[in-house]
Design a protein around this ligand. Sequence first.
Ligand SMILES: C[S@@+](CC[C@H](N)C(=O)[O-])C[C@H]1O[C@@H](n2cnc3c(N)ncnc32)[C@H](O)[C@@H]1O
Length: 199
Amino acid sequence: MSQQEFWNSKFSKADFFYGLNPNEFLASNIELLNNHKKLLCLGEGEGRNAIFFAKNGFNVSAIDASNLGLEKLQNRAKEENLDIKTICMDLNFWKADEKYDVIVASYLHMYKDEREELFKKIEESLNINGYFIAEFFSKKQLSFNSGGPKDLDLLYTIEDFLNHFTLCKKNISEEIVTLDEGIGHQGEACVIRVVIQKI
Ligand SMILES: C[S@@+](CC[C@H](N)C(=O)[O-])C[C@H]1O[C@@H](n2cnc3c(N)ncnc32)[C@H](O)[C@@H]1O
C-alpha cells in the first residue's frame, strides 16, 4: 500500500483525525519566530499546523502525500479565508529548490533509510537563522498505546538528529508527554522534540 493510500484511508475515518488544534509543541515555539515569515509544513496531513501558522501571519506552504488530507486543509483554509499553498507529493521526491525561514513537522513517520536525504534537504532549504521545529515519536513509543507506528524503522532516537544537521545549533530532547490530538493521538506518549537553527 502506498503512503497516499494508507493516509487517505486514515483521514477518511474522522472529520479531522488529529483534531483541529495545532501540535502543542510546534505552537509553543511561535515566539521564537519573530521576523521568520516563510514557513513550510512537511507531512502536514489535514493541515492543523498550517492553519494555525497562517492565522498567525506566516506565509505557509504544506507538502503531504495524501491528496485527501490536503483537500481537507484547503477546505478549512477557504472557510477561514486563508491562503495556503499545498503540494501533494512523496517527500522522497521533494526537490527542495526553495528557501524557508521555518520548516515544521509533527509526526512525520519517514523510514530510517529515507531520513539522511530528507534531513539534508531540510538543512539546505533553511535560510540562515531559519528554524526546523518538529515532534516525532521516539522508539520508546512502542511501549505506549497512544498512537503512532508499531514499526521501529519509523520511530526516532535523539541520535538521529545529533548525527545530522551539522551546520545548525540543536536542541533535542526526549520527553514523556500527554497527547490530546483527535482520535489519532490520545494519552501518554514518548516523543522526540527538535528545535534546530541554521547558523
Ligand atoms: C501521523 S500523520 C501527521 C499529520 C500532521 N503532521 C499532523 O500532525 O496532524 C503523518 C503524515 O505524514 C505524511 N507522510 C508520511 N510519509 C510521507 C512521505 N513519504 N511523503 C509525504 N508525506 C508523508 C502522511 O501522508 C500523513 O499526512
